[in-house]
Design a protein around this ligand. Structure first.
Ligand code: PMP
Length: 284
């Protein structure tokens, strides 16, 4: 059952509410995480907590709980939900202030942990592969707000995803303003050519995915060459295989981008192998 914790109080879906004066709502002033539990075990909680606290640092937001304490709350929330396979959404907002933008008027951050489930695409998409289109909405410039901050300001990604919906695609490919390939609306991208697996580097303006890192480790174990380098759409169109990774999305093959069939148009052997290794890892 959906279980929600807000600053020490337990709620269900109907009672879990925050103030309309919370700057998370008024200004998107806050950060979040997306974490999964498999069989009651939380996948890479430490890495998600590290990213959460780094996001907080980057926007000068003080999380009112030490990392270990918040980790315990998350574990408790999963246990309380009774969900063996769960999706966990910690959110920290600037807290309650006045109607102005000044963060100094918010004396204490609001901390929320939601435990529920999530499904991004229908299960058959993981066999058939996804169709993507390039979004016209670019990734926000890294000096406006670093894409490495998992902030509540997701409107560019939300709008990009809408463009995909209008085009009848499953997902979108987001570029930066110079045209370099960055990520999906909530996933990192990998392309495969021969036995080389490539993914855009941190400097490309991406969220450094926890799943991305796990898959890079698995690629090394599988004796694949792994390279973090700038990619453009040519590299994607001409790849033998391509796939997306993310906590909510897991590992999903791509069959088409902008009307170009990727490789055979089905999940290729390397994608299938990494998919199997990923599912073994999360259930370990
Ligand atoms: N990029 C964006 C924009 C995301 O929202 C996400 C999902 N958190 C990812 C990439 C993938 O990151 P992770 O594997 O840590 O979920």
């Amino acid at each position: 059952m959906a279980t929600i914790w807000i600053d020490g109080e337990w709620h269900d879906k109907s009672t879990g509410k925050i103030s309309v004066y919370d700057h998370g709502l008024l200004y998107g002033d806050g950060i979040f995480e997306g974490i999964r539990a498999y069989g009651g075990k939380i996948f890479r909680l430490g890495e998600h907590l590290d990213r959460l606290y780094d996001s907080a640092k980057a926007i000068a937001l003080e999380i009112p709980y030490p990392k270990a304490e918040l980790g315990k709350v998350i574990e408790q929330a999963v246990a309380k939900s009774g969900l063996a396979d769960a999706y966990i959404r910690p959110i920290i907002t600037r807290g309650i202030g006045d109607l102005g933008i000044d963060a100094r008027k918010c004396p204490r951050a609001t901390t929320i942990v939601i435990v529920d489930t999530i499904m991004v695409w229908a299960p058959e998409r993981y066999d058939q592969g996804l169709s993507l289109v390039t979004a016209g909405t670019p990734i926000p410039h890294r000096e406006a707000l670093s894409p490495r901050v998992k902030s509540l300001k997701y409107l560019a990604h939300v709008r990009a995803k809408m463009e995909g919906n209008v085009a009848g695609a499953d997902e979108v490919l987001m570029l930066d303003t110079a045209g370099w390939v960055c990520e999906g609306s909530g996933q990192n991208l990998f392309v495969v050519k021969g036995r080389t697996v490539r993914t855009p580097p941190a400097s490309a303006g991406i969220l450094l995915g926890v799943t991305r890192k796990a898959v890079m480790e698995l690629a090394l174990e599988a004796d694949l060459e792994i390279r973090e380098e700038l990619l453009n759409r040519y590299d994607v169109y001409t790849a033998d295989e391509a796939f997306l990774t993310g906590t909510a999305s897991e590992l999903a093959p791509i069959r088409m981008v902008d009307g170009r069939t990727i490789g055979s148009g089905k999940a290729g052997p390397i994608t299938k192998d990494l998919h199997a290794r990923f599912h073994a890892l999360i259930r370990k």
